[in-house]
Design a protein around this ligand. Structure first.
Ligand SMILES: [Zn+2]
Length: 506
């Protein structure tokens, strides 16, 4: 009898598509993944359903658009089916090792369906304390500094000079102790996740399984393993230098032109994070081969969103734009029987979960909004013609209710055209880009241009919002609201009532 297939899902935080070697990046960030890509499927236009993490993962794990339960619901709802619950239901062993992203925690429902769930959000992964604003404010000198900063900012260029001098002063102070990159790193590195995965895989030997790894190595602050810098063949910056670069990059008082000065160096640190992911995925695959389970294993590697390096004047990945460096991610799929190749059509990550379940021959939950592409992919066809991305404009902290109630930011991405709707901006509410002639999304088309295209994409956006409201599951929505209110009241009052039951109102 044929044994059930296993599934490995690797999600890498902040990994933009154009920094993967198998998608054309010129630096050697992914030599192992490039070799894996040669025997698998590469999606050159995989598009997230939302960004950042908290707006992306509902689609990855539960095949649902992030705002479809209401913009006040973040994460998965209690009782909502996911890849993990579906595979747990059919008897797979399930484990998740997630490198301390606070949005991928039981608080947001991501432990559902996992028998082993380790999110590393405990003391062992606590970051080394850096000189923070709060720390600086603690001394009379720094209180004085803050007052001086306020006054000097009113004086224009003098304010800028003050910022510069104060930054340099802090750096000299901060770089005094001989810290290592390992001490400065905020998140556990990929080798820690793979070590745990290897132990677990060895322990469940013989059982079909679902393993989910979430790796944070390319996430800011950028403190890669020293070995990864060496693998990239570059001069290794010491810890004070890496700290200087991270602090400089984080400055809020500098314009784009001054930030450009260190852009390349900061990006080199980011790239080394990707290189470390690559090396650790190689270790994981070696383990799977050693255990004799690789041949019967489906593996997908993707990201929850990209990262900006001043492409449009910004840094990191705030939900203030849905440009390609933020929403286009690598997707590498390896499954027995899939013909190697490249899928160039836009592929929404909404379809990833049902596709993976079909590839491991498990039932797809009826609540999944995406559809499996396993059949067309096996037949060498791609099929999907557009992808929708949605998030809440400027929602940097989903723990803050007001942040979650801002206007919607939405994009419809076709192979050539992309429509961006920002309901928050009176001047840039609707922008249409031709990615063939303008891949950098620098020049939105004039309002009168490409009227038929504009109409088609606007209609797709309207349809998306209408479907989103009409297909809303009241039971999941209420379960999630009850969970959030219970947590909110637990924080404000010492006594807590019984936990809410997952509701299924139909
Ligand atoms: Zn993320």
């Amino acid at each position: 009898m044929k044994s059930p297939r296993s599934l490995v899902l690797i999600t890498v935080d902040c990994l933009r598509a154009d920094h993967a070697g198998f998608l054309g990046y010129e630096r050697p960030t992914t030599p192992f993944l490039d070799s894996l890509a040669a025997e698998g499927l590469i999606f050159s236009n995989a598009i997230v359903a939302g960004a950042p993490t908290y707006f992306s993962f509902p689609a990855v794990m539960a095949s649902r658009y992030p705002l479809s339960l209401g913009r006040d619901v973040v994460g998965l709802a209690p009782g909502e089916p996911t890849i993990a619950t579906a595979l747990n239901d059919v008897g797979h062993a399930t484990a998740a090792f997630l490198a301390a992203n606070p949005y991928l925690s039981p608080r947001f429902g991501y432990d559902a369906g996992f028998s082993v769930f380790k999110d590393f959000l405990d003391s062992e992964s606590a970051p080394v304390t850096e000189i923070s604003d709060r720390g600086r404010d603690a001394t009379p000198l720094n209180r004085w500094n803050r007052r001086l900063a306020k006054v000097s900012h009113a004086l224009g260029p003098v304010g800028m000079l003050y910022d510069e001098l104060y930054f340099q002063y802090c750096q000299r102070l901060a770089s005094a102790p001989a810290l290592s990159l390992d001490q400065l790193r905020r998140f556990p590195a990929a080798d820690v996740m793979v070590d745990h995965a290897r132990d677990w895989l060895t322990g469940i030997r013989g059982q079909p399984f679902f393993l989910w790894l979430h790796l944070m190595d390319p996430h800011s602050p950028y403190y890669p393993r020293r070995e990864a810098l060496e693998m990239m063949g570059q001069h290794s910056p010491d810890a004070p230098r890496a700290r200087y670069l991270n602090s400089y990059w984080n400055r809020g008082d500098l314009g784009t032109s001054r930030l450009q000065r260190h852009r390349k160096d900061v990006m080199a640190l980011y790239d080394a994070g990707i290189r470390w992911v690559d090396a650790q995925v190689a270790r994981l695959v070696e383990t799977l081969r050693g255990l004799g389970v690789w041949e019967n294993c489906v593996m997908a590697l993707t990201a929850d969103h990209g990262e900006e390096f001043l492409d449009h004047g910004g840094r990191y990945h705030p939900p203030s734009r849905v440009s390609e460096e933020l929403v286009r991610v690598p997707l590498l799929l390896r499954a027995p029987g899939l013909t190697p190749g490249t899928v160039a059509a836009p592929f929404s990550l909404l379809h990833l979960a049902p596709t993976l379940l079909e590839l491991v021959e498990a039932p797809v939950p009826g609540s999944f909004r995406g559809s499996s592409h396993a059949g067309p992919l096996a037949a060498g066809k791609s099929g999907e013609s557009d992808a929708v991305v949605e998030c809440i404009s400027g929602c940097k902290n989903p723990f803050v209710v007001e942040d979650r109630l801002h206007a919607r930011l939405l994009a419809v991405r076709e192979a050539r055209f992309k429509l961006v709707l920002d309901f928050n901006s009176p001047t840039k509410q609707e922008q249409l880009y031709d990615l063939d002639s303008d891949p950098g999304e620098r020049r939105p088309l004039l309002p009168g241009a490409e009227k038929l295209v504009r109409r088609r994409l606007l209609d797709r956006a309207r349809q998306h919002i209408s479907d989103s409201v009409q297909s809303r599951d009241a039971g999941y929505r209420l379960s999630a609201r009850l969970r959030d209110l219970r947590l909110a009241t637990a924080m404000s009052a010492p006594s807590v009532g019984p936990p809410p039951l997952p509701l299924r109102l139909k």
